[in-house]
Write a protein that binds this ligand. Structure first.
Ligand code: NAP
Length: 228
């Protein structure tokens, strides 16, 4: 029986001690310091592609790039492009074209509904949405189908950059394989829990893979899902 390809997904977030990914007032959150930046870049260096929720992109205007020379060298040596592919996930397709994101030296793919894909069941290169700066437009499909298509395209390691809505939609379907949290020494309160407060996710259990104390009293924790 042929195996359906599926990429490995790692959700990477900086969270406060009370589990918030943004301050109570919302906006573009910057919780982590230099240590968090390093572990984020290490995950970027691991990844073939990064999934990002459209709201995170609209708020921040750009995506994270690998800047550390040793990580760029590592990717170069392994024959990978300098940066992973940036995939923006959206139902609306509304990504303002003036965002600095469109000037970043990366490959950009949009995952959003396509009213009529030219070849049903295939990846589409059409760009019928208001975001012409993308190199590819993939139709938004149920996650398992979309993920196996990404694996077939060579994106076998996917970093999930958040935010909470995107992460929760993958957690809900037990599709996150690894969870990498940087605990930041702040208590923020407010509604922006890293799993949205109203979200019902099936209970899941995780095995600790790595802990690393970081500068600024931060702590990186990486867990792998224990079974389905
Ligand atoms: N601390 C951290 O590490 C970290 C990391 C990332 C983000 N953040 C923070 O998180 C906040 C943003 O998070 P958020 O939860 O509000 O938004 P989000 O998950 O970044 O984006 C939500 C939007 O993404 C699209 N989307 C998400 N899941 C989708 C799915 N399964 N299918 C189709 N489209 C989907 C939709 O876009 P459309 O509206 O276009 O349809 C949705 O409205 C910001 O404050 C940001 O700074 C923090």
């Amino acid at each position: 029986m042929s195996q359906v390809p599926a990429p490995q997904l790692r959700l990477v977030l900086a969270v406060s001690l009370d589990g918030r990914l943004a301050p109570a007032e919302g906006g573009a959150a910057q919780l982590g310091g230099s240590g968090d930046r390093r572990v984020l870049e290490e995950s970027l260096a691991w990844a073939d592609g990064c999934l990002m929720g459209a709201e995170t992109l609209r708020l921040h205007g750009s995506t994270c790039l690998i800047r550390a020379p040793d990580l760029l060298e590592q990717r170069h040596g392994a024959g990978y492009p300098p940066q992973p592919v940036a995939l923006v996930v959206s139902r609306s397709g509304q990504i303002p074209g003036q965002l600095p994101f469109f000037q970043q030296p990366i490959e950009r793919w949009l995952v959003a509904p396509v009213s009529a894909a030219p070849f049903p069941g295939q990846l589409s290169d059409q760009s019928q949405v208001q975001a012409p700066g993308f190199q590819r437009h993939l139709p938004l499909e149920p996650w398992p189908r979309l993920l196996s298509r990404l694996a077939a395209e060579g994106l076998n390691r996917l970093l999930v950059l958040g935010g909470a809505q995107l992460g929760a939609s993958l957690l809900r379907e037990a599709l996150i394989d690894e969870l990498q949290l940087t605990l930041c020494p702040q208590v923020l309160g407010g509604p922006h829990s890293w799993v949205p407060l109203q979200e019902a996710c099936p209970g899941s259990h995780w095995r600790l893979q790595e802990t690393r104390p970081l500068d600024g009293d931060e702590l990186m924790l990486r867990y792998a899902r224990k079974g389905p």
